[in-house]
Design a protein. Structure first.
Length: 77
């Protein structure tokens, strides 16, 4: 009876160790993905800021030099 109880405990411990190892692997994978996404988000935010600045510059230039529609070339040329 004691041997059976001891085997049961060993099996439960082995199962817990297996689950723990799987959880550690999952946490590491999620951490890597989170780090990668944070870098991508920061990169996108920098690009968005550059686009905003470029748009503002273009808008300011347009207000400084109004475009005369008569001077523009039609799109079919």
């Amino acid at each position: 009876m004691a041997a059976q109880y001891q085997n049961e405990l060993l099996n439960r411990i082995a199962d817990l160790e297996s689950r723990f190892a799987f959880q550690e692997d999952t946490i590491e994978t999620l951490n890597q993905l989170l780090t990668q996404q944070a870098e991508e988000l920061a990169n996108m935010q920098r690009k968005m800021q550059l686009l905003i600045e470029k748009f503002q510059q273009m808008s300011e230039q347009r207000h400084d030099n109004p475009i005369n529609p008569a001077d523009e070339i039609p799109p079919h040329y």
